[in-house]
Design a protein around this ligand. Structure first.
Ligand code: GEK
Length: 240
């Protein structure tokens, strides 16, 4: 289904939330809004296949419809790993349940309708935060990253994808303009782009690459690699 949520003028734009309306159009919305989304999903599968250890858990935190879970499921080399997909939107989890039943009926996935800040984490050889951390209050981010790190052993990974901001105002403006050009090229009108931007204010709070790197280092990740970047979107693999 095509995302037309912000296609018509709205008087008072409500804060963006991951409700049933968003869940229904989510695959179209995220593909047309996040540069490289398809590549990032595919490569999460490749990364997970390399780092998953037998008998451990693979967590997709803020899983939405489970695209990253599915990518990991298809390439997972060990049958005794447990895939866990967590999202606090019941609309997302319900649709994810239906999609996974069709796309990966033979691969058991534990679906949890929970806040990622509360979900229990254990022996996490692979943890994925694919455009989720950016929706948490900044004050809650250190604690979540530290909790993930504590559930991991040396050599385990956290894949962290985020929209970022740049410390240099001119570069930040350029990267934002390029992102908007990407959205226009994908069929979003200027009205849709500007209304969505208003809805996301104080909901999606981007940080700089340096802020992410510092948080990961403080949590105990010994190396952090930028493996994808396009405009103001990037994905890191942090090795515990
Ligand atoms: C993908 N990873 O397709 N607890 C649990 N879930 C949360 C929380 C929270 N505190 N806050 C936000 N979410 C997905 C895409 S979308 C990114 C992730 C985007 C969930 C929220 O309900 C939504 O499903 C997801 O995080 C963010 O690979 O829409 O830009």
């Amino acid at each position: 289904m095509k995302d037309q949520i912000y296609a018509h003028p709205v008087d008072a734009i409500a804060r963006f939330s991951f409700d049933a309306q968003v869940a229904a159009v989510f695959p179209d919305m995220i593909r047309r809004s996040v540069p490289g989304y398809g590549t990032i999903i595919d490569m999460i599968g490749v990364l997970a296949a390399r780092y998953a250890r037998p008998g451990t858990h693979l967590y997709d935190l803020g899983a939405s419809l489970g695209a990253a879970t599915l990518a990991m499921a298809h390439l997972l080399p060990h049958r005794d790993c447990q895939l866990v997909a967590v999202d606090n939107s019941s609309a997302m989890i319900e649709r994810a349940r239906q999609l996974l039943a069709v796309e990966a009926p033979d691969i058991p996935v534990q679906l949890r309708c929970e806040d990622v800040r509360d979900t229990v984490l254990e022996s996490a050889s692979v943890a994925v935060l694919n455009f989720t951390l950016q929706f948490l209050p900044v004050a809650d981010r250190d604690a979540l990253i530290q909790r993930i790190a504590r559930a991991q052993q040396p050599g385990d990974i956290l894949i962290l994808s985020e929209k970022i901001r740049f410390p240099d105002a001119e570069e930040d403006a350029l990267q934002q303009a390029l992102h908007h050009a990407f959205k226009r090229n994908n069929g979003y009108s200027d009205l849709e782009i500007s209304q969505k931007r208003t809805a996301l204010e104080n909901v999606l709070i981007p940080e700089t690459l340096a802020e992410h790197e510092q948080r990961l280092a403080e949590a105990g990740y010994r190396s952090v690699h930028v493996w994808f970047r396009c405009f103001n979107f990037m994905s890191l693999v942090a090795v515990r």
